[in-house]
Design a protein. Structure first.
Length: 279
């Protein structure tokens, strides 16, 4: 018998249209976003996630919409962004060269991060991505152009997808309204700042931003500025910068780590871009 206080399981997220042809489903775990680009016939999946029932649901929703998966893209090599489902088919699964290499090199650890109860068939499909530096046109639905913005903020080879026709920025694990900047793998503040700079032009032109975690919004440029300010205040040692994301105790802990990292790297002369070696 279940506890009288037990809560019923949440239903898997349903795809919702952000703007014509751009669909998003938000997981119950860490507000992780799956993005589907479609012309009504074919679909490109970006970071399909997260739990087995949500992946099952996503496959069912694609079938109900009669969408053929023509490609997949993983924004970076973290376990919640490298997933796939057998019903998506054998379309090309792509990522930046560094992401693809890490998905291969760190495969055992990434699979372990899914937990022992994660289905074996889904674990086996994790991270089987091929390297690209440009998005192949045969993987992109009609009506879309996909530009890859590759940098090393948050993770080596992290990639945002810029859709100039739709003015949509799929930001990966950056520009979130629920997460502070997370430069912890590796601990590289300079790379994170360069990552923000890589996104700056697209963020300024974006009508919508879709973060890896958090809410879809129209304020990409504001979010980028908020991240730049938070990193600067961490470097200055500000203990409580008043960022609303810090009401979450986990994010406060992460911010404390950023402050410590900034102090340590400043002392070592590493907080800003390293000097260029003369040749």
């Amino acid at each position: 018998m279940s506890s009288p206080n037990a809560q019923p399981p949440k239903a898997p997220a349903q795809l919702r249209e952000v703007t014509p042809g751009v669909l998003v489903a938000t997981s119950t775990i860490m507000a992780t976003n799956t993005t589907v680009l479609t012309d009504g016939h074919d679909a490109l999946l970006v970071d399909p996630s997260w739990t087995p029932d949500e992946l099952d649901s996503l496959a069912r929703q694609l079938r109900e919409r009669r969408l053929r998966v023509m490609g997949g893209f993983a924004t970076h090599a973290h376990h919640d962004h490298l997933l796939w489902h057998p019903d998506f088919g054998d379309a090309p699964r792509l990522a930046s060269p560094r992401t693809a290499a890490l998905a291969r090199e760190e495969r055992d650890g990434l699979q372990q991060a899914l937990g022992p109860s994660f289905p074996a068939d889904l674990k086996d499909l994790m991270g089987r991505v091929e390297p690209v530096e440009r998005m192949p046109t045969e993987c992109v639905p009609d009506g879309f152009t996909v530009e890859l913005l590759i940098h090393d903020g948050h993770a080596p080879g992290h990639t945002a997808l810029w859709l100039p026709r739709q003015a949509v920025l799929i930001a990966g694990d950056m520009l979130s309204d629920v997460e502070v900047p997370l430069p912890f793998w590796p601990d590289d503040l300079a790379a994170y700042r360069r990552g923000l700079a890589c996104l700056e032009q697209a963020a300024g032109a974006a009508g919508y931003v879709i973060p890896g975690h958090g809410s879809v919004s129209t304020d990409a440029a504001h979010r980028l500025l908020a991240d730049q300010i938070l990193l600067r205040e961490a470097e200055q040692g500000v203990a409580d910068p008043g960022d609303p994301r810090l009401t979450d105790p986990t994010m406060r802990d992460y911010y404390a780590r950023i402050r410590e990292m900034s102090s340590r790297q400043s002392a070592a002369g590493l907080a800003n871009d390293p000097p260029t070696t003369a040749t």
